[in-house]
Ligand binder design. Structure first.
Ligand code: CO
Length: 290
């Protein structure tokens, strides 16, 4: 009997193209892997109403992410292309910065093609297909978010030239990955890192531990974070236009202000912060992390 490959090693022998992409080889996913996707998606969809922003909830339906089993990137890209010109390309692991920016700037979203193993349903450090496709892809069908992500990619070149790549990385982290947004109905999630995590979806909005601070670009670009736990600080925008505004701005003067400056401590709140929720940080203190 053939051994079932349950993690990223399924692509170990698959050659990488020059742009770091691979063939998804959709027909090679096992029934167990398709079933795992279905279970991840079902449990996440159940808790997202009232927590994820409307644009995201709507997008999951528009794209029919839920037709059953792991999405086929070719079919998904065909739908996405019609809506906003984006497509999803498969990668085996993390894409080096210059390739990542280049893909985004050309409306290609590189998505990990392997699915997390059964033992890591709740937590994993490397982005798998559930994080990338369920978390990131839906909002790429929203015209404003689609423009923002492309503009972000285009910013990469200039940021490198100015020695500000670490700062641009923080910006991505606190928006595309862990962003919150104020809406008339209350605070909602739009960041993929939260939307693809059952635990953090509830933690981010309902736990008193994390700070909720008003988004400010220079502030965000100097904020350090945990990569292996929930976030002690989330930054909140008031409108997707806010991201677009930043994305089309000349970041030059901003990079000059932030590049090379020390990062703020994890969980730190500054006197100048506009605070929506001052976190108790108890969750992190209990674990001895702060
Ligand atoms: Co991500």
């Amino acid at each position: 009997m053939q051994e079932i490959q349950t993690s990223k090693n399924r692509y170990a022998e698959v050659p990488k193209h020059a742009d770091y992409t691979i063939d998804q080889q959709w027909e090679t996913y096992s029934a167990e892997e398709h079933d795992r996707w279905d279970r991840l998606m079902a449990r996440q969809k159940a808790i997202l109403p009232g927590r994820a922003c409307d644009e995201y909830i709507k997008a999951v339906d528009t794209l029919e992410l839920s037709e059953g089993g792991i999405p086929d990137f070719e079919k998904l890209s065909a739908k996405l292309k019609k809506l906003t010109g984006w497509e999803v390309v498969a990668v085996a692991d993390l894409v080096p910065g210059e390739y990542f920016f280049e893909h985004l700037a050309n409306r290609r979203f590189p998505a990990g093609a392997f699915i997390r193993p059964e033992s890591e349903m709740d937590y994993l450090e490397e982005p798998d297909i559930f994080h990338d496709v369920f978390g990131h892809v839906p909002l790429l069908s929203d015209p404003r978010f689609a423009d923002f992500m492309q503009a972000y990619g285009a910013q990469g070149v200039e940021a490198r030239r100015r020695g500000a790549l670490p700062n641009l990385g923080k910006y991505y982290w606190f928006t595309a990955e862990f962003g919150l947004i104020n809406t008339p109905e209350g605070r909602r999630i739009y960041g993929a890192g939260i939307l693809s995590s059952m635990g953090e979806t509830q933690f981010a909005l309902e736990n008193p531990s994390p700070n909720h601070l008003k988004f400010d670009i220079r502030r965000v670009m100097r904020q350090d974070y945990f990569i292996d736990d929930y976030q002690p600080t989330y930054f909140v925008i008031n409108d997707f236009d806010e991201l677009l505004d930043f994305a089309h701005k000349d970041f030059g003067p901003i990079y000059d202000d932030v590049a090379g400056k020390p990062f703020y401590d994890i969980g730190e709140v500054l006197d100048t912060d506009h605070v929506y929720q001052r976190g108790t940080l108890d969750y992190f203190k209990r674990k001895g992390k702060l």
